[in-house]
Design a protein around this ligand. Structure first.
Ligand SMILES: Cc1cc2nc3c(=O)[nH]c(=O)nc-3n(C[C@H](O)[C@H](O)[C@H](O)COP(=O)(O)OP(=O)(O)OC[C@H]3O[C@@H](n4cnc5c(N)ncnc54)[C@H](O)[C@@H]3O)c2cc1C
Length: 247
């Protein structure tokens, strides 16, 4: 048992004349409303967090230890569909497309997803938080209508192709170029030197079908500086095309 001493009561006492310590109440009433405090700590998006925690607790979203890299990747891709089916990843998107224009709630739900499996959280973050939000925030109404429904429902798994080996947050230094070829009606993506390679792009190795590519406008025809959505197997540029001319 812990004794407490009222120090204010000791003021003015002579040394050696300390008062008797008072015992604590044997059955104290809690001074803290634990449930209310817990709710308070959940913050503004409490309901989203609780909903996301319930989802993250489901075994369907957990990692199975011992799977091969390939099998784990396939499982996580399947889990993305589970998130779509359970309305867990559309909060930030426009309400007219089935989202709820709730950016804070989206981040709160994303944060909670990490406890299910960090690989799932990051793959979901690439699909909807990077790829999807780049189309939404940097694209036009035409891009939204054309791309967002498929991005939201996962018909178009995609990539956010910003980072290069030598260039990360400093986007103005990006060295990849995108040059429009009017005859082919395609962009030629060129990485002119090793540090311009986009080596670290999530979803690029296997699952991506589209990408928002951060690039400098190429020559001869200069294009406005805007990220482009390119359609096609994202990993195909690694096969048969020499380094420096990936598409
Ligand atoms: C889990 C995860 C997944 C990711 N997935 C992708 C992906 O799919 N696609 C993708 O493109 N990227 C992705 N990234 C981001 C990428 O991997 C890099 O981390 C990011 O681009 C930052 O680059 P960097 O690490 O080289 O840091 P740097 O760019 O070197 O930045 C280091 C520090 O310098 C500061 N800094 C940089 N430039 C400037 C400047 N000009 N002025 C002032 N300060 C500056 C930065 O703020 C930072 O504090 C992902 C990152 C993580 C963590």
């Amino acid at each position: 048992m812990t004794d407490v001493v009222d120090r204010t009561a000791r003021k003015g006492l002579r040394p050696g004349s300390a008062p008797a310590a008072k015992p604590l109440d044997e059955n104290p009433t809690p001074a803290v409303d634990v449930e209310a405090l817990g709710r308070q700590l959940l913050g503004k998006w409490a309901d989203v967090r609780l909903q996301a925690r319930q989802l993250a607790a489901r075994p369907e979203l957990h990692k199975i230890e011992g799977l091969t890299h390939t099998d784990h990747r396939a499982r996580v891709f399947g889990q993305l569909k589970y998130l779509v089916d359970h309305e867990a990843v559309h909060r930030a998107f426009p309400s007219e497309l089935g989202g709820s224009d709730d950016h804070g709630g989206n981040i709160a739900g994303f944060e909670e997803l990490v406890v299910a499996d960090p690989s799932l959280q990051i793959k979901a973050g690439v699909q909807w938080g990077l790829f999807g939000s780049a189309v939404m925030h940097l694209g036009t109404a035409e891009h939204h209508a054309k791309w967002l429904p498929g991005i939201m429902n996962l018909d178009i798994p995609g990539c956010f192709a910003m980072t290069e080996t030598g260039h990360g947050s400093d986007v103005a230094s990006i060295a990849t170029t995108a040059t429009y070829d009017p005859a082919a009606e395609e962009f030629i993506i060129h990485t002119p030197f090793r540090a311009a390679w986009k080596d670290y792009i999530g979803n690029a190795a296997n699952d991506g079908l589209g990408a928002v590519v951060f690039a400098q406008p190429g020559h001869p025809r200069r294009e406005p500086r805007r990220p482009r959505v390119l359609r096609g197997p994202a990993g195909s540029g690694h096969q048969g095309i020499p380094p420096g001319h990936r598409r």
